[in-house]
Design a protein around this ligand. Structure first.
Ligand code: SAH
Length: 205
């Protein structure tokens, strides 16, 4: 599937109805989601693979992975309303994804999900709750040997320190996250945040 075809498929999906600022709910824009997925797919990390989306929200990353021919896709999300929207999006795209309600900080839940080839995620950046991204990194590395995540620009040094040699961190692609004013604390109508898509490769078995 071409990049543009994937973007078009992901456009027009339902987003968060009432975004919760505390958990930094915003949907990844289709262009950015498609770039992450396309890049990961070209590196052999999506097609025919078992893929897990952490904090799957309304499902854009998980559904895109399914469209690219992932063998099995599971999304984990705290918010039941987002899960319902993600299921409607799956029906619309006729994509098969299992959305599980749960907290990525719940080690038992993560353990019970089994093993995956690839984790994809757009975790909270920790703007509201500092360090909210850390449990995502830990859960991701517990689930799969390869992780793609969207992070604030300049996150590599933090991730290197935080993962303490547990993972090799590679820059994949840069991008701009344009956020429309959806959350009350956004001061401007359109906020553009420079982000980077990173690929983490687990160092231990
Ligand atoms: N993956 C979606 C949503 C990104 S926003 C997309 O790319 O569009 C981050 C998501 O993580 C939100 O849906 C939020 O509800 C969820 N989230 C935040 N903390 C979480 C936690 N501890 N466990 C599970 N989901 C969480």
């Amino acid at each position: 599937m071409k990049l543009r075809t994937l973007e078009i498929a992901l456009e027009g999906l339902e987003g968060f109805e009432k975004p919760d600022p505390k958990t930094e709910q915003y949907s990844t824009p289709p262009v950015l989601a498609a770039r992450l997925l396309h890049h990961a797919h070209l590196l052999g990390d999506i097609g025919g693979r078992a893929v897990c989306d952490l904090g799957s929200g309304t499902g854009i990353l998980a559904l895109g992975a399914a469209l690219l021919g992932a063998e099995r896709v599971v999304g984990v999300e705290l918010d039941p309303a987002a899960i319902s929207a993600a299921r409607r999006n799956a029906a619309r795209l006729e994509a098969e994804v299992t959305f599980v309600r749960g907290d990525v900080r719940d080690a038992g839940l993560i353990e019970g999900l089994g093993r995956f080839d690839t984790v994809i995620m757009n975790p909270p950046f920790g703007a509201q709750d500092p360090h909210a991204d850390r449990p995502f990194v830990d859960a991701a590395l517990a689930l799969a040997p390869v992780v793609y995540g969207i992070f604030n620009e300049g996150s590599i040094p933090f991730l290197e320190t935080y993962t303490e040699g547990r993972a090799e961190i590679e820059f994949a692609i840069g991008g701009i996250l344009s956020l429309k004013r959806t959350l009350p604390f956004h001061r401007r109508d359109l906020v553009e945040i420079e982000v980077e898509i990173l690929r983490l490769r687990r160092r231990w078995a």
